[in-house]
Design a protein around this ligand. Structure first.
Ligand SMILES: [Zn+2]
Length: 231
């Protein structure tokens, strides 16, 4: 059943992938409907089902401060930082996840209605990246940081099991995106590799050296666009 939230968000989306009229059936992940690259699946549908048994599925775009730790989601890893250490010597790694659905900036802006343009901009920056894909941040603390870093290759479709909403302390530097915590590698289970995940094919020229081009690092859903908004 689709929630009201879901149908409201659907109206804010940009062009989405059109299902092919014919051809071999796509291998779609059961909960998120993300398409897996042929032959990349490392967890079968029923294995995933077992892992998330008894938990409620929350689509990535509906994850917020009200998301209960007993839930799960399925999304694509789009960014992975290195393993770092806190001042107390605790290891951690940061990831970003998306559902690869692109939103229309103007429609999203209008949806904030009477909100001042500055607050609307802050909200948009919290929920979306600079290319209007919905993203959430994941932080993994402790001994699992290393293994999570290793298994969370960008482009991997993962089951995110039992994430805990992370409220940044008042006055502390606020997290750019909505953030969730995990502390065990078993909470981020690789399912396979996304078919639609790709990197923008645009390039930036170097003003000091016109012959040197730097490839863009923004991810895109290559079924709806080959280049990011900036290119
Ligand atoms: Zn680009």
């Amino acid at each position: 059943m689709k929630s009201i939230m879901d149908s409201r968000l659907a109206q804010l989306k940009g062009p989405q992938k059109v299902a092919p009229a014919s051809g071999p059936a796509e291998d779609r992940e059961e909960y998120s409907q993300l398409i897996l690259r042929p032959g990349s699946r490392s967890k079968k549908g029923d294995e995933v089902k077992k892992l998330v048994q008894g938990r409620q599925y929350v689509p990535l775009e509906e994850m917020n401060e009200g998301t209960q730790p007993g839930t799960f989601s399925v999304a694509v890893v789009v960014d992975r930082g290195g393993v770092q250490q806190t001042k107390n010597g605790k290891k951690y790694v940061c990831l970003k996840l998306t559902n690869l659905e692109k939103y229309e900036r103007e429609r999203v802006r209008k949806s904030f209605g009477a909100m001042s343009s500055e607050s609307a901009k802050m909200q948009i920056n919290k929920l979306y990246n600079n290319n209007m894909y919905r993203v959430v941040s994941i932080m993994c603390f402790g001994d699992s940081a290393g293994p999570v870093h290793k298994s969370s290759v960008p482009g991997t479709i993962v089951a995110l099991i039992g994430p805990k909403f992370f409220a940044s302390k008042p006055g502390a530097e606020t997290q750019k995106h909505t953030t969730f915590l995990v502390d065990n590698v078993s909470q981020l289970v690789p399912i396979g590799y996304s078919f639609d995940y790709n990197i923008c094919c645009g390039q930036d020229s170097n003003p000091r050296n016109p012959h040197a081009k730097t490839p863009c690092y923004n991810f895109v859903n290559s079924s709806v666009e080959k280049m990011c908004d900036r290119h």
